[in-house]
Design a protein around this ligand. Structure first.
Ligand code: ADP
Ligand code: MG
Ligand code: MG
Length: 469
């Protein structure tokens, strides 16, 4: 949008302004330089917001509180989680380990169920499907949903850029208010408060040398400045080795502090558990009485396999009212299980995959981007039927294509692009009482139309924001 009407010097000027504004306001990213560990670079970004249909944006926002509830209800149905994920776990050690911890801590958590605080900070991601003219869910993230704080800054950057470019007030007002940082930190602070232990802290569980640590650090800065809650950053290894768990009460302490909230920005990928020690750390969290964001049950609920199962049959209706389920179903794309390759429905869809692999995405039970299979890689994987139960098959969504002026590491370039909208959700409960349930702002990521995968961290996409039309 907007890029065509600008002269070359004006564009260059705006690009330079965007980079400076990003650096001045903390819209930044670790540069990943071993020789300069503190080196920063502006986050990869789109210079102008992307035109987005208002009706779809509003629908996605309205769906979020229902998704929050849905996640919470599913997470309490342990038998359903165990049973639905068992076929995937048979071929996937990562899922198997999570299921094991879930099973081993079940009775412990049941005894504390009425007092237990649960904090959910989720992000539901969508793409517009041009063919059907609908907004379809790509996936639902229940662990380490990132870029909330940088996205809050992206909205501010686009305000600034539109004003600098001489756009009308009406144009600037098309940028929806974005409150992710404030909403996530308010929910975290509410969880700490409800924990009712003086000076208890939030532990942010991180991976060492995460380039996206500034997005995380914004949360801890605001949590301190606005709510006077202290955050300790530690790894799963440190939890296993340096935290203490008081078995009967569940009180977890580390470095002399009681942990009220454990917020995980790590633990979603197998490489975060290089040894049994990290799994031990994860289990200690699960045994504690801290508000876990997420619990293992929440993490399992976010599995792609669960997403697929909810789209099939009438599982969804078990957890939601008929009206709510109907609303949710409207945003489900085509999803298929590969648990039973002899099933006639599965055979039918696999025939279509072989003829038109470009219509599908094959997804393992993984998070963090860069794990899905497309095109020829799907056909290659299907040649070996072993372990396919650990994958789901999904309709490939085809979003509209827009020109986008992007900047990465100071260099600008224009490409055909497509966008993914994420809506954050905040949920806090104590026992069966819901204390917070709301949508908590948005994220838009835009990537080159030629790239299969998204992911800002993975280097495929840039941060963007919607201009509602
Ligand atoms: P992850 O949990 O690793 O982020 P996703 O399901 O979000 O997994 O897939 C990663 C990226 O792959 C998405 O951001 C999107 O760009 C692309 N993608 C995933 N599913 C689809 C789909 N059904 N249609 C089109 N693109 C998809
Ligand atoms: Mg994900
Ligand atoms: Mg994703």
């Amino acid at each position: 949008m907007l890029t065509t009407g600008l002269s070359e010097p004006a564009r260059e000027d705006l690009c330079a302004d965007a980079v400076v504004w990003a650096s001045q306001h903390g819209l930044v990213y670790g540069a990943g330089r071993a020789d300069l560990p503190a080196a920063l670079v502006h986050a990869p970004l789109a210079v102008f917001p992307v035109a987005y249909p208002k009706a779809s944006y509003v629908k996605a926002q309205a769906a979020m509180p229902i998704f929050n509830l849905l996640i919470d209800r599913i997470s309490r149905d342990s038998a359903y989680l165990q049973q639905t994920l068992a076929p995937a776990a048979e071929f996937d050690d990562f899922t198997a380990n999570l299921l094991r911890i879930h099973q081993e801590t079940l009775s412990l958590r049941e005894t504390r169920a009425d007092k237990q605080l649960t904090l959910g900070l989720h992000r539901s991601d969508y793409m517009l499907d041009e063919l059907s003219n609908t907004l379809l869910q790509v996936e639902l993230n229940t662990i380490a949903s990132s870029f909330g704080c940088l996205s809050t800054l992206m909205t501010q950057l686009h305000h600034y850029i539109l004003q600098r470019a001489g756009c009308s007030d009406q144009e600037v007002q098309r940028l929806p208010h974005n409150q992710v940082t404030a909403d996530l930190t308010s929910a975290m602070a509410a969880a700490v408060k409800a924990f009712k232990v003086n000076d208890a802290v939030m532990v942010m569980v991180v991976q060492p040398n995460d380039n996206n640590s500034y997005d995380q650090q914004w949360l801890q800065t605001v949590l301190w400045e606005k709510h006077r809650v202290r955050t300790l950053r530690c790894t799963l290894t440190q939890i296993a080795k340096e935290a203490e768990l008081h078995e009967s009460s569940g009180r977890l302490t580390i470095w002399g502090r009681t942990v009220a909230v454990a917020y995980l920005r790590a633990g979603y990928a197998p490489e975060h558990y290089p040894t049994a020690v990290e799994w031990q750390g994860r289990k200690m969290l699960e045994q504690s009485n801290a508000a876990l964001c997420p619990s293992v049950a929440y993490q399992l609920t976010g599995a792609k396999k669960i997403q697929q199962d909810l789209a099939a049959g009438n599982t969804l209706e078990r957890f939601l009212s008929a009206d709510e389920a109907k609303l949710m179903r409207k945003c489900f794309a085509g999803l298929w299980s590969l648990d039973n390759l002899e099933d006639p429905e599965t055979k039918k869809v696999l025939k279509e995959v072989r003829e038109h692999p470009e219509r599908f995405v094959l997804k393992p039970q993984r998070e963090g981007g860069g794990n899905n299979l497309y095109g020829q890689a799907i056909l290659d994987r299907l040649k070996d039927p072993k372990g396919l139960a650990a994958f789901i098959l999904m309709q490939r969504i085809r979003p509209p294509i827009n020109r986008c002026l992007m900047i990465r590491e100071g260099s600008s370039f224009e490409v055909d692009s497509l966008s993914e909208l994420g809506i954050f959700g905040a949920f806090l409960s104590q026992g069966s009482e819901v204390l917070i349930n709301k949508q908590a702002g948005h994220l838009v990521r835009t990537k080159a139309a030629s790239s299969d995968e998204g992911g800002v961290a993975a280097g495929f996409a840039v941060l963007d924001s919607p201009s509602l039309q």
